[in-house]
Design a protein around this ligand. Structure first.
Ligand code: TYD
Ligand code: MG
Length: 487
C-alpha cells in the first residue's frame, strides 16, 4: 500500500493545501477546509502525457523529452457531433454531443439529472447508438421503472445497458472490453450516475471525497479522450455546498452543465457554464411533467407570466442567455427601515450589483435610499447575469420608492456606468424583436453619443433614447395615461 499523507481541501472550490487554513486562498470562504487522508500518487495511464484530442487520439509525450512542435504541423482535431434530442439540450451542448468529450452535469439531488439523461439515452438508442448507464445511485430495477415512465419499450431499445458497478477499476475493465477500441463502429455513450458513488482502490478515502471524485473523474475523462466515446458525469451539488465535488472536476471536463429548478415549480433550466465545443451561457428551459422533461414553448416570456397589472416596483428587460433572448421582470420593494441597519435582500441578481446600482441612484438621481430596506427579485425564479438589466433594476427601485408604476408595455434596456451614464446593450435588435413579438410598444434605451433624442420606431416598438439614469427614470415613470396590456 502506498504511503499515506494528509491533504486539506476547500469544500466550496476544491482548492488544495498541505495545511489547514481558516480562509481559502482560492475562493475567500471561511472555515471550508476539510482534512482528507490520501495515498501517495500512483501513476495511471496517460499520467505524464496529454491527449491529442479527437477520435483515435493517442497519448503523446510518454517517456523521453518532449519537443516543441510547430502549431502548423499539429493536425486539427475533428469534432464529430452525435445528434441530441431535444433540440434545447443540443443547443446548450453547442449543437450536439462531441465524440470523446466529457460532460459534467451538476445539480441538486432530485432536480431531474437522471431523468434528463435517461431521456437522452432513450433517444440515442433509438438512433442505433449504444448507451451504458453506470448505476451507482439506484438499482437497475429503479432505472428501468424511470425509463418505462419515459416511454421505454424493451423490443426497440436493446442498446440501453445498465452497469451496476461503482468500483472504478472493475468498471474501467468492463468499459475497456465493452466500449474500448476506437469507437469507429459507432459510439457508445457512457453515463456515470453519479461520480460521487464511484470509488477507486488506489485512493484511501471514502466515495464522494474530493480525492475520490478527482481521481475517478480523471480516469473516466482519460477513457473518453482515448476511446472517442462521450462520457457524462453526474455530480450532486448541495445547497450548503458541503459536497461540492463537481467543482473539482470543472477544469478536467470539456463541458459543464448545471441543472437547476426555478422557484420550486416544475420549470427546470440547463445552463452551460463551460463549453470547449460551444458558447457558454446557453440556457435550455424545460418542464418536469409526469412523462419526463418537456421543452417549454414560449420560454422567452416565462419570467413574465403572472403579472397582474400595473404595480409600482416592476420593470421588464430583455436579457440574453447565450443566443436566446428572455423577457424578464425585475421586481423591487423599497420601504422605510424599522431597524437600525437597513436590509438588502436580493434574489436572482448579484447583490453587490444591486448595492452598486442603488448607490448610483442616490448619487446621480438624487433618490434617498439610505434609510430604506431594499428587496429585489427576478420574477418566476429566474437569474440575471446580463449587465443590460442594470437600468431595469434601477427603474424598478425608483418605481417602488416613488410609488409610480412603469406602464406594462414598456421595456427598459441599458447597462449603467458608475457616473450614471447609460450604455447600449449588445445585440439590441434581437432583444427588441422578442419584446415586439410579445406586445411591448415602447423601449427606453441608451442614446449613442452625439445623437439627438428621437422617437424612432423599430421592430414595431417606439424607441425612447436617454443618456442618464435621471432621464430614464423620468421617462419610465411618466404618467402616460395608457394602461395598455400586453397581448
Ligand atoms: P431524478 O431524475 O431522480 O433527479 P436527480 O437524478 O437529479 O436526483 O428526478 C427526481 C424527480 O423528478 C422526482 O421527484 C420525480 C420527478 N419525475 C417526474 O416528475 N416525472 C418523471 O417522468 C420522472 C422520471 C421523474
Ligand atoms: Mg439521480
Amino acid at each position: 500500500m502506498a504511503k499515506k499523507t494528509t491533504r486539506f481541501y476547500c469544500k466550496s472550490c476544491g482548492h488544495e493545501e498541505l495545511r489547514w487554513l481558516g480562509q481559502c486562498p482560492g475562493c475567500r470562504e471561511w472555515n471550508t477546509f476539510a482534512e482528507v487522508k490520501v495515498a501517495a500518487k500512483t501513476s495511471h495511464k496517460g499520467a505524464r502525457g496529454f491527449s491529442t484530442g479527437g477520435r483515435r487520439s493517442e497519448t503523446v509525450g510518454l517517456g523521453g523529452k518532449v519537443q516543441p512542435v510547430p502549431l502548423a504541423r499539429v493536425a486539427s482535431a475533428e469534432t464529430n457531433r452525435l445528434p441530441v434530442e431535444p433540440a434545447e439540450v443540443a443547443r446548450v451542448l453547442g449543437g450536439g454531443l462531441v465524440e470523446g468529450s466529457v460532460v459534467l452535469l451538476g445539480g441538486e439531488p432530485g432536480v431531474g439529472k437522471s431523468t434528463l439523461l435517461t431521456g437522452l439515452a432513450l433517444w440515442w438508442v433509438r438512433q442505433g447508438l449504444k448507451v451504458i448507464y453506470v448505476a451507482g445511485e439506484e438499482s437497475p430495477a429503479q432505472i428501468r421503472m424511470r425509463a418505462e415512465r419515459l416511454g421505454f419499450s424493451p423490443e426497440k431499445e436493446e442498446g440501453f445497458h445498465i452497469l451496476p458497478e461503482v468500483q472504478l477499476e472493475s468498471l474501467m475493465e468492463t468499459l475497456e472490453e465493452d466500449a474500448g477500441g476506437d469507437g469507429e463502429a459507432g459510439s457508445t455513450v457512457i453515463i456515470a450516475d453519479s461520480i460521487q458513488t464511484l470509488h477507486s482502490e488506489n485512493i484511501d478515502s471514502f466515495p464522494g471525497s474530493p480525492t475520490q471524485i478527482r481521481y475517478c473523474g480523471g480516469v473516466l475523462a482519460d477513457f473518453a479522450r482515448r476511446s472517442g466515446h462521450p462520457v457524462f458525469l453526474v455530480g450532486h451539488v448541495t445547497k450548503s455546498g458541503d459536497l461540492a465535488g463537481p467543482k473539482l472536476l470543472e477544469h478536467m471536463v470539456d463541458t459543464v452543465l448545471y441543472f437547476e429548478g426555478s422557484g420550486g415549480g416544475p420549470i427546470r433550466m440547463v445552463r452551460a457554464v463551460k463549453n470547449r465545443f460551444g458558447t457558454t451561457g446557453e440556457l435550455a428551459v424545460m418542464e418536469m411533467r409526469a412523462e419526463g422533461l418537456v421543452p417549454v414553448d414560449q420560454a422567452g416570456v416565462l419570467f413574465l407570466s403572472g403579472r397582474r397589472g400595473v404595480e409600482p416596483g416592476s420593470a421588464v428587460c430583455a436579457v440574453k442567455n447565450g443566443s436566446r433572448v428572455f423577457l424578464v421582470e425585475v421586481q423591487a420593494l423599497v420601504s422605510t427601515s424599522r431597524y437600525g441597519t437597513p436590509q438588502r435582500v436580493v434574489q436572482g441578481v448579484d447583490n453587490k450589483r444591486v448595492a452598486l446600482l442603488a448607490a448610483i441612484l442616490e448619487k446621480r438621481a438624487g433618490m434617498d435610499l439610505a434609510g430604506c430596506d431594499i428587496f429585489v427579485k427576478v420574477a418566476g425564479g429566474g437569474r440575471i447575469d446580463d449587465p443590460g438589466a442594470d437600468l431595469a433594476i434601477m427603474v424598478a427601485l425608483a418605481s417602488s420608492l416613488r410609488e409610480r408604476p412603469v406602464p406594462l408595455d414598456n421595456l427598459v434596456l441599458g447597462e449603467v456606468g458608475l457616473t450614471g451614464e447609460i450604455r447600449q446593450v449588445a445585440d439590441l435588435d434581437s432583444r427588441l424583436r422578442e419584446a415586439g413579438r410579445h406586445g411591448f410598444a415602447r423601449a427606453i434605451l441608451a442614446r449613442s453619443e452625439g445623437s439627438k433624442p428621437s422617437r424612432r420606431k423599430k421592430e414595431g416598438m417606439e424607441l425612447m433614447t436617454v443618456t442618464s439614469v435621471e432621464e430614464a427614470v423620468a421617462l419610465a415613470l411618466e404618467p402616460t395615461g395608457r394602461k395598455a396590456g400586453r397581448g
